[in-house]
Design a protein around this ligand. Structure first.
Ligand code: DGL
Length: 270
């Protein structure tokens, strides 16, 4: 048993899409979340910059005595997972890409055409196709960067026509030309668009890394006997690097109303 919190971090509000599955499957767990709202988006930045920002945030989470870190961001998972594990070798650190990629590789038994939509950096890393196609040759992966989604989501422009048009701009031809059956939401911001996708492409099955990673969290905590117990009365703690009304709204949307969430601001020197 271990009632210390789990650290989660992302470039902004995206990583919060991991929280509903955590609350559902592991309701005793508490979270220290960091969203780098002042420096979002990461997905079009250089790998050196993403590493520098991620190191700052991971060190800060470690200073909160977290028992595990979830890199709740595909861009950081694709580029910094190994270096973060080397930097903090005593803490289990998991990214969002490996759990869903391993699951796809293990479960697909027939030829299947899967789209991965993500940031420019994640697409350029080839992280999804490297893991999946090295383990399962039946799966064909097609990737598409959708860099305008994150800034719109950070502004709370989501369930409306502007977002629908942006989605169609990126995905109409991508889906038809590649004859896709399934799409991986390869950026933790994109699960906020599930309703839009359901409306626009009702026949496409969506695969959500933000949910899958929580199964891995549970597996590791169980194996190490580090799950929290039901007497865990600590608060959730959410940090942002800049004030954002949307951050507050998203927190209200994902955390259980009955649990206390404290929001603080913390900025790092560039
Ligand atoms: N939510 C992040 C991801 O999963 C980062 C998006 C961004 O900052 O560009 O890739």
């Amino acid at each position: 048993m271990d009632n210390r919190p789990i650290g989660f971090f992302d470039s902004g509000v995206g990583g919060l899409t991991c929280i509903p599955a955590l609350q559902k499957n592991l309701p005793n767990e508490r979270v220290v979340f960091y969203g780098d709202t002042a420096r979002t988006p990461y997905g079009s930045k250089s790998i050196d910059t993403i590493k520098k920002f991620s190191n700052q945030i991971a060190d800060y989470l470690v200073s909160h005595n977290v028992k595990m870190i979830v890199i709740a961001c595909n861009t950081i998972s694709a580029t910094c997972l190994d270096s973060l594990r080397r930097r903090h070798p005593d803490i289990p650190i998991i990214g969002v890409i490996e759990p869903i990629a391993n699951r796809i590789a293990a479960e697909e038994k027939e030829e299947v055409r899967i789209g991965v939509i993500a940031t420019k950096v994640t697409v350029a890393s080839g992280a999804y196709s490297n893991i999946i196609t090295s383990k399962n040759k039946k799966v064909k992966i097609f990737s598409k960067a959708c860099p305008a989604f994150v800034p719109l989501i950070e502004e709370g422009i989501i369930d409306n026509e502007i977002m629908d048009l942006t989605i169609k701009y990126y995905l109409d031809d991508f889906i038809i030309d590649n004859n896709l059956e399934k799409i991986v939401l390869g950026c933790t911001h994109y699960p906020y668009l599930k309703k839009n996708f359901g409306r626009l492409y009702p026949d496409i099955k969506l695969l959500n890394p933000s949910e899958e990673v929580i199964n891995e969290v549970e597996r590791i905590l169980r194996e190490k006997d580090m799950l929290a117990d039901e007497n865990n009365s600590a608060m959730h703690l959410c940090y942002a690097s800049d004030t954002s009304e949307n951050f507050r709204n998203m927190i209200d949307a994902v955390f259980d109303e009955a649990q206390d969430v404290k929001i603080e601001f913390k900025k790092f020197q560039d």
